[in-house]
Design a protein around this ligand. Structure first.
Ligand code: KIV
Length: 263
């Protein structure tokens, strides 16, 4: 196990793990100063590519975005989401995960649980491929967005699922849209850290889709806190640029090159 992954595990019960998603170098460079984990999420399918779900994003697209993100990272743990269909058997998962790790130099991959793929996770971890699990609302396998673990029976099932993923060798696990009680139950029964999204503060860390928390994506369920409204800031700048181009105050003499190198 790498030192970087050990460091994440050691944060459990010591300090909260800060995670966000990134799809490009410039954003990753900013996040890297503050985040423990940066995830290249398959949420890029909705957020960047305007697709209605995450089901069709290709491994090549994820790899290309990760190569960009990696260029902005100095210290955070870089985790890559494996797209739907790329880990449906042990051989396929191993081959694709190795390709991702080799081409992107990422630190780990993330796999959504379909409540059956524990053997695939075990095979990957046995082959020294670090895996982050993902349970609860899993967009690759759940059709409808809904709260998970809202009865005692469902809560216990989710705990069993999380324990199986831990046993298979995952180093951490994303809990998506779990009730506060279920998050607490799982977090207190697991040795590996839990990273919550829409799952209360009863987790060892938090993750959000960066475009959501910056107010850029237009997807704002209750669990997303908007820390700024980047859409308004960008619009203001574009509006000013448009005005200046039209009245020819941009480019001004200051922006003329006159054959010299731009400063
Ligand atoms: O794809 C993604 O961004 C994710 C996070 C929401 C955890 O899986």
């Amino acid at each position: 196990m790498s030192q970087k992954i050990k460091k994440i595990i050691n944060k459990k019960n010591v300090s909260k793990i800060v995670s966000l998603t990134a799809y490009s170098k410039n954003i990753a460079k900013i996040l890297d100063k503050y985040c423990d984990i940066i995830l290249v999420g398959d949420s890029m399918a909705n957020v960047l590519y305007g697709q209605e779900n995450t089901h069709k994003i290709s491994l090549t697209t994820i790899i290309n975005h990760t190569i960009s993100v990696k260029k902005g990272i100095k210290k955070s743990l870089l985790v890559v989401d494996m797209p739907k269909g790329t880990y449906s058997s042990k051989n396929k998962a191993r081959k694709n995960a190795r390709l991702v790790m080799r081409l992107t130099k990422c630190d780990a991959i993330k796999i959504e649980s379909n409540k059956k793929n524990y053997k695939i996770i075990k095979d990957l971890t046995k082959n020294k491929i670090p895996v982050m699990g993902h349970i609860g609302y899993t967009p690759q396998f759940n059709k409808k967005f809904s709260v998970q673990g809202d009865t005692e029976k469902k809560s216990k099932k989710l705990l069993e699922e999380a324990l199986s993923i831990e046993k298979a060798g995952a180093f951490s696990i994303v809990l998506e849209c779990l009730t506060a009680n279920t998050s607490k139950l799982i977090t207190s029964n697991l040795k590996i850290p839990t990273i919550g999204i829409g799952s209360s503060s009863n987790c060892d860390g938090q993750i959000l889709v960066t475009d959501d928390m910056l107010g850029l994506s237009g997807f704002y369920p209750k669990f997303v806190k908007k820390y700024t409204f980047l859409n308004r800031i960008i619009e203001k700048a574009v509006k000013k640029y448009t005005k200046e181009v039209k009245k020819m105050s941009f480019p001004s003499k200051k922006n003329f090159l006159n054959g010299t190198r731009a400063k």
